[in-house]
Ligand binder design. Structure first.
Ligand code: MSP
Length: 512
């Protein structure tokens, strides 16, 4: 079985500081990367910054800084955010790096060799904010401006000499590819949108610009820079040392298992990217997942709307793990979802403090009083014990398939159920009334401790630090745990010592 797994985040525009939407793409990707690693995979996890194009050039000009210097500064902020978010990425690529530039120019030359590129003239609409070309039928007029119907951003008219990629030739081949790979685009609703867009007809795509210079030069024609999306998408293979396709990284990790992206950039990933790759005889990635947006109130977060939520401020106030948990549990994965401090506080109180935190505290302090912080000797399991323990063991493959199909909300709901059921078990079994039946009392504690272990392993990819704090109770570190081990009901060694833990989550006083 192939035990390599390659997952990528979008590479972010360093045109402004990162916001919660960026943090979201990264956190969901990190969750999957960590899960696969926990399940024994060798995971390559790539993130980075997308530094060329007019959008960046203009942002740099506005700040009166040279574009490269501007990118150096903001890219560094994104890199720092990766560690603030506790991302387990194995690489961070910048499109201004040499390794990337070489790769992009090579891909260009291959496309040229394969007769996929020609020189002509582009006249049409362009959105600098999206770095995207739009057709006449995708534009409306609003308050004296021309606006893209697709994204709502302003467009400007462009007329200039440009190289084109023969995208129109790929219409039927792409449709065939989608049909043969029904899970290439997920969720299904977005797949359908892409398929009908392609069916409505593809025009050749402008892939160079002449009227500005901040980009990778077209080989053999320095008047042109390569269209920023052809440049940016190539990061997924330049980070694997393309065109050196014999090197171990490329061999092990391409095609990527998953490009995790926001739904706003699906067209580029699900249409242009596989077309470029197929045209260059490179296999396309296995999956592109377009997640929903994090809304601020009812609106997408954006600089122009002034409704940006800063992930760092939220982390300073509430901690990282609660934020990671909230985004994975409260936002129904695939759909849009919102975050407000009020909702985050309710989630911390109900799920983290009352459910998980309380479960850990009460079981461990009960153990301390009755078993001196030792794993007690268990007796035979009763049905009630096995029902609970088997709930996890019997679902291990279901959990794997949740992750492999990006049904992330089903994974998190399952954990919440397990926490709830374990708390209920502890209540219903009333071990405090079993002082005269010490064997039964011990078994209840044993089962509860095993459930805490299993739940904490399940939570590990979502809240790595908190999970490890709890697993320390059993003297377990990251390297000692793996996903398969949640199958085992009897992993805790009788008479081994357990450790106390501090309060995991403080309840937040709310006025309502
Ligand atoms: N540079 C391109 C991506 C190139 S990938 C080869 C880009 N950058 S971006 O910085 O504008 O956005 C990066 C990602 O952040 C996108 O997937 C986008 O959907 C995501 N988010 C930006 N705002 C968002 C929200 N408000 N909510 C969720 N994610 C959104 O596009």
């Amino acid at each position: 079985m192939d035990k390599n797994y390659f997952i990528t985040t979008p590479i972010y525009y360093p045109s402004a500081k990162p916001h919660m939407g960026h943090a979201y793409s990264s956190i969901v990707s990190d969750f999957i990367a960590r899960f696969k690693r926990l399940d024994g995979y060798n995971v390559e996890f790539l993130t980075g910054t997308d530094e060329h194009g007019l959008k960046i050039q203009r942002a740099a000009e506005k700040n009166g800084i040279d574009p490269k210097k501007f990118c150096d500064e903001i890219s560094e902020i994104f890199r720092n955010l990766s560690s603030i978010l506790n991302l387990s990425n194995t690489d961070f690529i910048r499109t201004t790096e040499d390794r990337h530039i070489k790769s992009v120019q090579h891909l260009w030359k291959i496309l040229e060799k394969k007769n996929q590129i020609y020189l002509s003239k582009y006249s049409g609409w362009y959105s600098v904010s999206d770095e995207a070309f739009y057709g006449d039928n995708e534009i409306k007029e609003e308050d004296g401006f021309n606006i893209s119907l697709v994204s709502g951003s302003k467009v400007e008219w462009v007329e200039e000499e440009s190289y084109f990629f023969k995208l129109s030739e790929w219409e039927n081949k792409l449709l065939k590819f989608y049909e043969e790979n029904p899970k290439f685009i997920l969720p299904v609703s977005r797949r359908n949108e892409v398929v009908s867009f392609v069916k409505s007809g593809l025009k050749d795509l402008s892939i160079s610009r002449k009227s500005f210079s901040w980009g990778i030069k077209v080989p053999n024609n320095n008047d042109h820079v390569i269209y920023v999306w052809l440049d940016a998408l190539t990061n997924y293979i330049s980070a694997l040392n393309y065109p050196d396709i014999k090197n171990i990284k490329y061999k092990d990790f391409w095609p990527a298992n998953l490009h995790m992206i926001g739904k706003d950039i699906l067209r580029f990933h699900a249409i242009y990217w596989p077309a470029f790759l197929l045209a260059a005889d490179i296999p396309p990635p296995k999956r592109v997942y377009g997640h929903g947006w994090i809304l601020s109130g009812d609106e997408k977060m954006s600089k122009s709307k002034g409704n940006i939520l800063d992930p760092i401020e939220i982390i300073d106030k509430y901690g990282l793990d609660p934020l990671r948990y909230y985004l994975l549990k409260e936002v129904s994965f695939g759909s849009d979802g919102s975050i407000t401090q009020d909702k985050l506080e309710s989630c911390i109180n109900s799920d983290l403090a009352n459910n998980y935190g309380n479960l850990c505290q009460r079981v461990i302090s009960f153990n301390e009083k009755n078993c001196n912080l030792l794993v007690p000797e268990k007796n035979n399991f009763e049905n009630s014990d096995l029902d609970l323990l088997n709930k996890v063991s019997n679902n291990i493959n279901t959990m794997r398939s949740f992750i492999d199909n990006q049904e992330l909300s089903s994974y998190t709901s399952f954990i919440v159920d397990c926490m709830f059921d374990t708390n209920k078990y502890f209540n219903d079994q009333e071990p405090w009334k079993k002082k005269s039946d010490i064997k039964r009392l011990n078994t209840i504690i044993y089962v509860s401790l095993e459930m805490i272990r299993k739940i904490s392993i399940l939570l590990n990819p979502i809240m790595p630090d908190t999970s490890l704090k709890v697993l320390k109770v059993f003297n377990l570190n990251q390297k000692d745990i793996n996903f398969e081990s949640i199958k085992n009901h009897e992993s805790l060694k009788v008479n081994s010592s357990i450790n106390k833990i501090d309060i995991l989550f403080k309840k937040i006083e709310k006025n309502d």
